[in-house]
Write a protein that binds this ligand. Structure first.
Ligand SMILES: Nc1ncnc2c1ncn2[C@@H]1O[C@H](COP(=O)(O)OP(=O)(O)OP(=O)(O)O)[C@@H](O)[C@H]1O
Length: 321
C-alpha cells in the first residue's frame, strides 16, 4: 500500500483569549487521505473547518496553539518553520483552491501575468517558455485561453474559480485543499466546479474539500467527515452516508434531513460556544436520543463518536412508522 498523501493524527487547534480563556476550534482530528481520493469535510458554520485548513497551510494567527500531527507528503506541518511552509508546502505540496477566488486573485494583474509569475516561482519555467506554459496551465483547469489577458474583475464567478484552480494546480501539489470552493455559485456552476475538482483527484491528487454544501459533497466525495463543535463526529464512505444505511450520528442525520430536497427540518437549537464546551458530548443538548451516558464525551470508534448511534433496528422502526 502506498503512504497516504495527508495524515492527521489528533490535530487540535485552540486559541488563547484574554483572561486566560481558550477557544477549542479543532479537537483531535484524525484521518488519512490517499492519492486519487476525495474527502469532504462538512459541518455548520463556525465548527472549525477553516481553522483546520489554516493549520495545514501554516496560516494560523499568533494566538493559536496546536497539538497532534499533520503530515503531508512526508512533511510534518505543525511546527514547520515559515521557510519550509513557503518553499515546500504552500503551492508545492498543498494547492489551495480558495473560498473566494475573486479576493484571492490579484485585482490589478491579468490572469496570464499571475499564472506566469506562479510558474516562474514554483516550477522555474524559463522566460521564453512562460507564455506557452501559462496557456497549458489554464487549459488544465478548463480556463479559456481567449480570456487570459483579462483582469479578475472582468471574469464571471465560474471563470474566476477556474483561474484560481489553475493557479492551485501549477506546483503539481499532491494535495488539493478546496475551502468552500462553491460559495456564491449557482447550482449548475457548483456542479461544474466540483466535477472539475473531482477530475483533478482522478488524475492522482488527494482532494480535501471543505464545504457546507452537502449536495456538492454527495456529488464527488469518496468519504465524508462530519465536524461538530470542532470535533469529527462521523467519518463514513459517501455512498453509505448519502444513500443507505445513511448517517449514524444523530447530528449528521439531522444535517442531511435539513436539506430542502429531504425533510427540510432544521436541527433544533444552536451549537455550543467553542470557548465554553460541555465536558461530555457537545451535541447532547440538541439531541433527541441523549441520555446519562452523554455526560461523558464519546470516544471516536469505528467511524463515529456517539454513545447511541442510529443503528439498523432504529432505521427499520423509522421505515415502519
Ligand atoms: N484568531 C481567532 N481567535 C479566536 N477564535 C477564533 C480565531 N479564528 C477562528 N476562531 C474561532 O474558531 C471557530 C471555528 O471557525 P472556522 O472559521 O474554522 O469555522 P468554519 O467551520 O470554517 O465556519 P465557516 O463555514 O463560517 O467558515 C469559530 O468559533 C471562530 O470564532
Amino acid at each position: 500500500m502506498t503512504a497516504p498523501v495527508l495524515t492527521l493524527d489528533g490535530l487540535s487547534v485552540r486559541f488563547r483569549m484574554r483572561g486566560g480563556r481558550h477557544v477549542a476550534a479543532v479537537s483531535d482530528a484524525t484521518f488519512d487521505l490517499a492519492a486519487g481520493e476525495c474527502l469532504a469535510l462538512v459541518g455548520e458554520s463556525g465548527c472549525g473547518k477553516s481553522v483546520l485548513a489554516s493549520a495545514l497551510l501554516g496560516l494560523l494567527p499568533g494566538n493559536a496553539q496546536t497539538a497532534g500531527r499533520a503530515v503531508v507528503d512526508g512533511i510534518e506541518l505543525l511546527g514547520a518553520d515559515e521557510k519550509t511552509l513557503a518553499r515546500a508546502v504552500r503551492g508545492r505540496r498543498i494547492g489551495l483552491v480558495p473560498q473566494s477566488p475573486a479576493a484571492h486573485l490579484t485585482p490589478v494583474r491579468t490572469v496570464r501575468a499571475q499564472l506566469e509569475e506562479s510558474l516562474r516561482e514554483l516550477t522555474g519555467t524559463p522566460r521564453r517558455e512562460l507564455r506557452r506554459a501559462a496557456e497549458a496551465a489554464a487549459e488544465r483547469a478548463s480556463f479559456p485561453a481567449g480570456h487570459l489577458d483579462r483582469f479578475p474583475h472582468e471574469l464571471s464567478g465560474g471563470l474566476a474559480q477556474r483561474a484560481a484552480t489553475a493557479l492551485a494546480l501549477i506546483g503539481d501539489a499532491p494535495l488539493l485543499l478546496a475551502d468552500e470552493p462553491t460559495t456564491g455559485l449557482d447550482r449548475p456552476l457548483v456542479d461544474r466546479t466540483v466535477d472539475e475538482l473531482r477530475r483533478h483527484a482522478d488524475d492522482g491528487r488527494a482532494l480535501l474539500m471543505i464545504t457546507h454544501d452537502l449536495a456538492a459533497a454527495a456529488r464527488i466525495a469518496d468519504r465524508v467527515a462530519v465536524m461538530y463543535a470542532g470535533r469529527i463526529v462521523e467519518l463514513a464512505a459517501a455512498p453509505d452516508f448519502f444513500g443507505e444505511p445513511g448517517p449514524r450520528h444523530p447530528y449528521a442525520r439531522g444535517l442531511l434531513a435539513a436539506l430542502p430536497e429531504r425533510d427540510f427540518t432544521p436541527v433544533p437549537g444552536l451549537p455550543p460556544e467553542l470557548g465554553d464546551l460541555p465536558r461530555g458530548c457537545a451535541f447532547a443538548a440538541r439531541c433527541a436520543r441523549a441520555d446519562d451516558r452523554c455526560e461523558e464525551r464519546p470516544r471516536f470508534t469505528a467511524g463515529i463518536a456517539c454513545h447511541h448511534p442510529v443503528g439498523l433496528s432504529t432505521r427499520l422502526e423509522g421505515h415502519r412508522a
